[in-house]
Design a protein around this ligand. Structure first.
Ligand code: SAM
Length: 240
């Protein structure tokens, strides 16, 4: 897949795109990222991308012309265009999967006071990464690109995202590594037992318990599998 990011600050993406899992995935060709400088589409000699808001008020608003010309230069029939905005639909793992399946995702980053409202009707969706206000859409675009690129085939070892938090509506079970005894704090014995059936059962139960404790909102809407119900029943019986 290809991700095109329209921004006034392409340099913000440089490290992210060459570091760790994402850097390796891009180097291997699992996805392609294109950065487009919106300022290159201005038509005045001062290269203004923003202006004062009609009706008064603080800050500067990004102008229609450079943003929409930049968008037209990269948009194709198959592109899906999202605009970063605190007013958008909340980004989550389901959305990450949805975008990961697109051939071409275009991410439009606002800055300053945001975009002229007329630009909204030229995009497919407004997307927010959470209920807070960032200085610009660049960090939000990085969050979305990261979540989407790591889902591309070849980015990570086969199957390694399947049991992660939010993949099945639950949080991941606790993970441990060496040493088994850290200053008296012991790794649960079942994980050292070599009994794969027991380990699987323990992990499912811990995932359920952790989700109930940390994210009761997710737990309340979880559709339990037969196996999960059986494990919960067994745990309740053992606790009697
Ligand atoms: N004046 C706008 C408002 O009150 O809704 C906020 C503009 S914000 C300072 C500038 C840009 O940052 C936005 O246009 C958007 O692209 C991006 N941004 C800020 N918060 C965001 C969030 N939670 N999710 C996604 N993008 C965000």
């Amino acid at each position: 897949m290809k991700i095109t990011i329209l921004t006034l600050f392409p340099e913000m993406f440089e490290d992210m795109l060459k570091t760790s899992v994402i850097g390796r995935a891009l180097a291997k060709g699992c996805a392609e990222v294109e950065l487009v400088q919106i300022r290159d589409f201005t038509k005045d000699k001062h290269r203004h991308v923003d202006d004062t808001p009609f009706g008064g008020g603080k800050g500067m608003v990004m102008k229609c012309q450079p943003v929409l010309d930049a968008l037209s230069s990269v948009r194709t029939e198959g592109s899906h265009v999202i605009m970063m905005s605190p007013a958008g639909v909340k980004f989550d793992q389901q959305k990450a999967h949805e975008y990961a399946g697109k051939d071409h995702l275009i991410i439009l980053c606002g800055h300053y006071e945001g975009m002229d409202y007329r630009i909204n009707s030229h995009v497919d969706e407004l997307v927010s990464i959470g209920d807070y206000v960032l200085t610009g859409g660049e960090l939000a675009a990085m969050v979305i690109s990261d979540a989407v690129i790591r889902l591309q085939k070849g980015s990570l070892a086969e199957g390694s995202t399947e049991e992660e938090s939010h993949e099945n509506g639950l949080l991941e079970y606790p993970q441990y590594t060496q040493p088994a005894d850290y200053e008296g704090d012991l790794v649960p014995a079942v994980l050292l037992s070599g009994n794969h059936a027991k380990i699987r059962e323990w992990r499912i139960l811990q995932s359920l318990k952790l989700t109930e404790k940390m994210r009761p909102d997710l737990y309340a809407k979880h559709e339990f599998t037969e196996e999960e119900l059986k494990i919960l029943k067994k745990a309740a019986k053992e606790a009697e």
